[in-house]
Design a protein around this ligand. Structure first.
Ligand code: FDA
Ligand code: NAD
Length: 465
């Protein structure tokens, strides 16, 4: 076997879950040289300006949840694990910034890792994982062995070239997952100032990027196949508010149709998007957000899988002892709903990482760790809007509050009710206390005696729980 490096613990992946796992290892106690993070994200310049309050309304409070709010004033030369959500928000504005992982506490700049004796092995893509010999092999042929492995490889974007869409490999058809992608997007926004942008997809990326492009003064058209945006979570009522709000901001929305091809000029730059319904849209930039795919291929046939992810127990250990899976790749027992789920959101990436490390350290010390008991929590911010959702979106729904898109300060929400209990709660424009109140509703699942009364009470109902 080729020579290589050995570590007691290896985290594969250098994203959100990796950063939070490293932080928890440091908290629980890790000796210098015991822990390494291996990440394919490249060396680069990631400018972290002071979080700014600028004309477009991004303030510290709406760039990050208050729980995880932080500042970062340093220029980071290594792309140490960072808070990925910033890539579709503050990072795309002129005074762009991203923040190193460690929100709400110690900032995990590259120096933090060296001070703790944690090795950051960056620009290193692992192309082979042999769980039987506990060996990872990089594209350059380096081997890394471990005693405990944490798989934190996250997701990759689904590309239109995957479906063979005609012309989908033209220049300026862009995706967003990593810092490299965000840098390309920033360069395209600057190069095509005042130009036309088409956003393909009506999910998280579609909504967040349409707003960012519009705020960067591009002429934006959003295209998606479903009858309303964000159908994975939004009800038709919720979506109607966001669609009208976006329309008022000047974003054009085309629903129920697909991008089936692209035209390009002699340089290979995209010039138009052809839709299934025959419409042709001029385009200088196309941003595609048609979903993600968990990066599990390295482990195919070596670990149990479920629901597209790597199956774990409540401590994020996989079917292979000593191998853990955290963040987007894990399909874990969601205790409160008594079912296995995979969650592609940052709150779970952070919390699953902390849980896995606590469990690893607990096994070593003989201390027991409670089972993971996760309350699903998703959020998004765009323009000057900000919503949070907690729980599950099943059952009958009611809408409450002021959902008039023309209101100066719209504040509205929804409850999902199943078997007489509130299972999920959504709130646009809530204060930190109000968001806490809806989280409590989703966690405690109170009984609803009368749906009409619940509708009348709206947010009051949550405040009383
Ligand atoms: P993550 O993707 O963060 O990290 C995976 C890491 O593994 C990457 O560094 C990757 O390069 C590396 N890697 C993969 N394969 C490798 C290999 N073979 N060798 C070496 N390294 C490898 N969620 C939310 O709740 N609110 C939000 O506002 C947002 N916003 C948002 C914006 C954008 C642009 C994206 C792409 C995603 C979000 N999300 C989000 C989702 C959230 O960021 C996501 O769920 C977490 O980043 C998942 O954390 P992980 O650590 O699992 O993967
Ligand atoms: P998504 O699943 O949220 O949305 C995908 C959307 O793509 C669908 O709603 C649909 O409108 C559209 N679509 C699907 N197939 C299509 C096709 N062939 N042509 C045109 N449109 C098509 O995925 P996303 O928005 O790409 O986000 C990717 C990942 O990033 C997800 O894991 C998401 O959770 C994460 N993310 C999360 C946030 C957040 O939580 N605020 C923000 C950005 C990204």
């Amino acid at each position: 076997m080729a020579s290589g490096k050995h570590f007691k613990y290896v985290i594969l992946g250098g994203g959100v879950a990796a950063g939070y796992a490293a932080r928890e290892f440091a908290k629980q106690g890790v000796q210098p040289g015991e822990l390494a993070i291996i990440s394919k994200e490249a060396l680069g310049m990631a400018p972290c300006a002071e979080i700014f309050v600028d004309k477009v309304g991004f303030t510290p409070a709406n760039c990050y949840t208050s729980e995880y709010q932080m500042r970062c004033t340093d220029v980071v030369e290594l792309v140490a694990p960072y808070e990925r959500p910033a890539l579709s928000k503050g990072y795309l504005f002129p005074q762009r910034f991203h923040v190193c992982v460690g929100s709400g506490g110690e900032r995990l700049l590259p120096e933090w890792y060296s001070e703790k004796g944690i090795e950051l092995i960056l620009s290193t893509e692992i192309v082979k994982a042999d769980l039987s010999t506990k060996t990872l092999t990089s594209a350059a042929g380096a081997n890394f062995t471990y005693e405990i492995l944490l798989i934190a490889t996250g997701s990759s974007v689904i590309k239109l070239t995957d479906f063979g869409t005609q012309g989908a490999d033209s220049n300026n058809i862009l995706y967003l997952r990593e810092i490299d992608d965000a840098d390309k997007l920033v360069a395209a926004i600057q190069a095509k100032k005042g130009g036309k942008a088409v956003v393909v997809g009506g999910g998280y990326i579609g909504l967040e990027l349409s707003a960012v492009l519009k705020m960067n003064d591009l002429d934006v058209t959003m295209v998606f196949p479903e009858p309303w945006c964000m159908p994975r979570l939004f009800t038709a009522d919720i979506a109607a508010f966001y669609e009208a709000y976006y329309t008022n901001k000047g974003v054009k929305i085309l629903k129920g149709t697909l991008a089936v091809g692209f035209d390009a000029n002699a340089d290979g730059d995209v010039t138009a998007v052809k839709l299934k319904d025959g419409t042709v849209l001029e385009a200088d930039i196309v941003v595609v957000g048609v979903g993600g795919r968990p990066l599990t291929t390295l482990f195919k046939g070596q670990v149990s899988e479920e629901k597209g992810g790597i199956k774990t127990d409540s401590f994020f250990e996989t079917s292979v002892p000593g191998v853990y899976a955290i963040g987007d790749v894990a399909t874990f027992p969601l205790k409160m709903y008594n079912e296995l789920r995979r969650v592609e959101h940052v709150d779970h990436a952070r919390k699953s990482a902390e849980q896995a490390v606590k469990a690893i350290k607990g096994k070593e010390s003989g201390e027991s760790v409670p089972e993971y008991d996760y309350l699903p929590y998703f959020y998004s911010r765009s323009f000057d809007l900000s919503w949070q959702f907690y729980g599950d979106n099943f059952g009958e729904t009611i809408l409450f509050g002021d959902s008039d898109p023309a209101s100066s300060k719209p504040k509205f929400g929804s409850y999902w009710i199943k078997d007489g209990k509130v299972l999920g709660a959504f709130l646009e424009g809530g204060s930190p206390d109000e968001n806490k109140a809806i989280a409590k509703v989703a966690k405690t699942q109170p009984l609803v005696a009368n749906i009409e009364e619940l509708k009348e009470e709206g947010l009051q109902f949550a405040s009383k729980i």
